[in-house]
Design a protein around this ligand. Structure first.
Ligand code: NAP
Length: 341
């Protein structure tokens, strides 16, 4: 049965530890509890808010008049297992990295480069989480959702989710329309490939590994991320605070001509990706202390709450960083985490 708590501290549910309170809060373990939550929200004239791992979100310091639902729906079911692949249906509330480690030890490839990413399984399709050349969209078959308005369970195909770079319908036209219940993945039994990313290649050269196993790839990613991303339990942060901007190829070429050490990544003839971390570092901001917040000294993309930062502090520091980078390069950075106010 649904247990609703009142005035729950938001700080405890987001890894950057900033935020006021949720007016109402409940943990969802079953599909039935969703129906109860919808009824509770209707009776109390509030709206539902779906909470994942809180690792890519920044909240206001005010009381949010919502019923926040922490989705803890469990499940791991192999629904097809052939010589070439396996299809697995996973509960939205399962911890993402524990799931990835289960696939790796089962010799199933497709998610190994997405190791050590915080959060839950159900949160990954929302922004089509990706890293080191893999994106969840490449292995997702379908997503089972609860349609809040019509109170029915539906299955969305991969195509219906309109996945794009760090993007899906769950961020736009269908935002707050669905609660993700399960995600079904199709994973391969073929030998894995080394991600074509410089950090990963360097790792295998240094460790004298030519044809790594899935577990070795996972360990490489865990090692690299462990260096570049601080543990949010110790250093409060939401991972990369800025997206890697995609600019016109002309702008990128000019930047490269002036800075030969810069690596740029063409997307198509007209568009090129530029590393946001390089722009911030080159603008002299890596490791900079802004008082209550600072930019991490090992990775300029990570904004760290030094302890008592407020929502206003984070917005002000974000804007200072965006302005400094724009003044230097004429490129506007965009924040990566979602802002809830
Ligand atoms: P990085 O490896 O320093 O790379 C910086 C930028 O260069 C990224 O935009 C990355 O593209 C691009 N890049 C590097 N090598 C590339 C290649 N061989 N081909 C195409 N593009 C290449 O990035 P980082 O900040 O340390 O992050 C490591 C990985 O984690 C990256 O893939 C990053 O996108 C990912 N990440 C994802 C999220 C998320 O899903 N929300 C959050 C944080 C970091 P890509 O972004 O396309 O990889």
């Amino acid at each position: 049965m649904l247990q609703v708590q009142e005035n729950v501290d938001i700080k405890d549910y987001c890894t950057i530890h900033i935020g006021g309170q949720f007016r109402y809060f409940a943990i969802i373990k079953t599909k039935e509890e969703i129906t109860e939550a919808i009824e509770f929200a209707r009776k109390n004239n509030t709206r539902l808010f779906m909470l994942g791992g809180g690792s890519n979100i920044v909240f206001t310091d005010k009381v949010l008049d919502v019923l926040a639902l922490k989705i803890e729906i469990e499940g791991f079911e192999i629904i097809e297992n052939t010589d070439d692949y396996a299809v697995i249906k996973v509960g939205a509330g399962e911890n993402w990295d524990i799931f990835v480690s289960r696939t790796v030890v089962s010799n199933l490839s497709g998610l190994e480069a997405l190791s050590a990413i915080p959060g839950t399984v159900g949160a990954t399709p929302v922004q089509n989480v990706g890293a080191y050349g893999q994106e969840v969209k490449d292995t997702i078959v379908s997503i089972e959702v609860f349609d809040i308005q019509n109170k029915v369970i539906k299955t969305l195909t991969n195509t219906e989710c309109k996945f794009a770079y760090r993007d899906s319908i769950f961020k736009h036209e269908d935002k707050n329309k669905y609660i993700i219940l399960t995600v079904t993945f199709k994973l391969s039994k073929k030998n894995p490939e080394i991600p074509h990313y410089i950090d990963v290649k360097k790792y295998f050269i240094q460790n004298n590994i030519n044809t790594p196993t899935l577990l070795e790839i996972r360990n490489a990613i865990i090692h690299i991320r462990g260096y570049k991303l601080p543990d949010p339990k110790v250093i409060f942060n939401v991972g990369s605070f800025f997206k890697n901007p995609i600019v016109s190829s002309d702008v990128a070429k000019k930047l490269k001509n002036n800075n030969p050490e810069l690596t740029i990544y063409p997307i198509d003839e007209d568009h090129t990706k530029v590393p946001a971390g390089w722009l911030i570092e080159k603008a002299g901001l890596k490791g900079k202390n802004f008082g209550p917040l600072s930019l991490y000294n090992k990775n300029a993309l990570v904004l760290v709450n030094n302890g008592n930062a407020t929502y206003e502090d984070i917005i002000s520091v974000r804007d200072q960083i965006i302005k400094t980078v724009f003044d230097k390069f004429g490129i506007t950075l965009e924040q990566e985490p979602e802002i809830i106010k």
